[in-house]
Design a protein around this ligand. Structure first.
Ligand SMILES: Nc1ncnc2c1ncn2[C@@H]1O[C@H](COP(=O)(O)OP(=O)(O)OP(=O)(O)O)[C@@H](O)[C@H]1O
Ligand SMILES: [Mg+2]
Length: 215
């Protein structure tokens, strides 16, 4: 029953896009997904309202209420809770990291974006949470760019997720229609990529909770 925080102090790094599409894929895989939108910009909530009550459910939360809303959602049967956070190092991001089982940091594979994730990494270190960078919106076929980016984040002391979410126009088209890429283009590359990421997360959270039990 993982709670995942999507955190990056960099604006426009792909937090909300990752949040809504991951939740949609989780729901399609039989989980009961819930998005908690802690961003005053309310982008995920806007997406949710365009969907007219179609799952996944989106609720908003002020930072002090996040834990309560997570607990409440679990008692109501939510099995995949994902917290979208605002850019900038504020209390919503800190609370989300504190509460989460796993933190994902979306980041474009560009020098400016990579330099900016160090602030986010410092925040995650404070709470000692499992965390991975997810490369978003980079060129689809550029292995050298990704290898350099992976090496750089490793120097920062964090691992990159092996699944990439490269730039696919369908994310923009789907969001504008209040849809996920899964609904918009079920057999498309973006759907296969987000699906692979979801499976990797599910396996990873299972493994890390097992590792904690072993200690
Ligand atoms: N993999 C991708 N391929 C194509 N476009 C993408 C991808 N990921 C994000 N985008 C686009 O990049 C823009 C910013 O994405 P998004 O709103 O998800 O970022 P954010 O980190 O939530 O921004 P903010 O910090 O303002 O909350 C959007 O127009 C979105 O459609
Ligand atoms: Mg956002």
């Amino acid at each position: 029953m993982p709670t995942i925080a999507i955190v990056s102090q960099k604006g426009g790094s792909g937090k909300t896009t990752l949040t809504v599409n991951l939740a949609a894929v989780a729901e399609a895989a039989g989980q009961i997904a819930l998005i908690i939108d802690t961003d005053p910009q309310a982008t995920a909530s806007q997406w949710g309202s365009w969907r007219n009550d179609r799952a996944p459910e989106v609720i908003d939360s002020a930072p002090p209420r996040i834990q309560h809303k997570v607990d409440q959602a679990k008692t109501q049967g939510a099995t995949f809770i994902i917290i979208d956070t605002p850019p900038h190092a504020d209390s919503a991001a800190s609370r989300a990291v504190e509460i989460a089982d796993l933190v994902l940091i979306p980041c474009r594979p560009s020098a400016f974006d990579l330099a900016a994730i160090r602030t986010t990494i410092s925040l995650i270190r404070l709470f000692d949470k499992p965390a991975f960078v997810v490369f978003t919106a980079g060129p689809p076929n550029a292995p050298k760019i990704y290898q350099d980016a992976i090496d750089l984040v490793r120097e920062f002391g964090i691992e990159a997720c092996p699944h990439l979410l490269p730039d696919r126009a369908v994310y923009r088209h789907a969001s504008a229609a209040g849809a996920s890429v899964l609904e918009f283009e079920p057999a498309g590359k973006a759907t296969a990529e987000i699906d692979a990421l979801h499976m990797w997360i599910t396996a990873h959270v299972d493994m890390s909770s097992f590792a904690h039990e072993e200690v």
